[in-house]
Design a protein around this ligand. Structure first.
Ligand SMILES: NC(=O)c1ccc[n+]([C@@H]2O[C@H](COP(=O)([O-])OP(=O)(O)OC[C@H]3O[C@@H](n4cnc5c(N)ncnc54)[C@H](O)[C@@H]3O)[C@@H](O)[C@H]2O)c1
Length: 147
């Protein structure tokens, strides 16, 4: 079976391990959607306060209810960590890190480049990578190229 077929099978059977990198206004709701769909999702964020809150079953984003987070944590469909080495165990990673605009109007790519350093070393295991930030195609190409 090819890598693609294996990944599709794992996704269909909800056995794929999914990571969301960056647990903010985009990343946390996305992690909830995957968790509600029955996947085991690992949220990774350098902000230990966010990680601690989630592992205690508490939401810090108004649109995401604490009851929802508590249920997903209890069912082990959602866990959070500051430890990027868990990327080694993941099949799919969704990148939701900030891209604030500079004075020039260009997005600050430093968060993506910092996240890239973490995922690059784990690349043998990750089969699917999704970059969520709002970027124009040329910027996307530049941010993927170090991989
Ligand atoms: N908020 C929106 O409505 C919206 C809509 C569409 C697209 N976007 C895009 O989605 C991306 C995320 O936006 P947001 O609003 O969720 O930002 P946010 O600031 O709410 O969340 C970003 C999270 O990423 C974490 N982070 C920072 N560096 C990291 C790293 N190296 N590795 C892992 N996590 C890291 C931060 O601690 C934070 O929790 C941005 O690029 C934004 O342009 C946002």
């Amino acid at each position: 079976m090819s890598i693609k077929e294996t990944l599709i099978k794992k996704l269909q059977e909800k056995e794929a391990r999914i990571a969301v990198l960056g647990l903010g206004y985009v990343g946390l709701p996305l992690a909830v959607v995957f968790g509600k769909a029955g996947f085991h999702v690992t949220g990774i964020d350098p902000d230990a306060r966010k990680v601690d809150a989630l592992n205690k079953g508490v939401s810090y984003i108004p649109d995401v209810k604490t009851e929802v987070i508590a249920a997903l944590v209890k069912s082990e469909n959602l866990t959070a960590t500051t430890d990027f080495s868990v990327l080694k165990e993941m099949d799919a990673v969704s990148i939701c890190v900030p891209t604030p605009l500079r004075k020039t109007g260009d997005p600050d790519m430093s968060f993506i480049m910092s996240a890239a350093k973490n995922w690059r070393s784990m690349y043998t295991r990750i089969w699917w990578l999704c970059l969520n930030p709002l970027l124009i195609p040329a910027q996307r190409a530049r941010s993927y190229s170090p991989c």
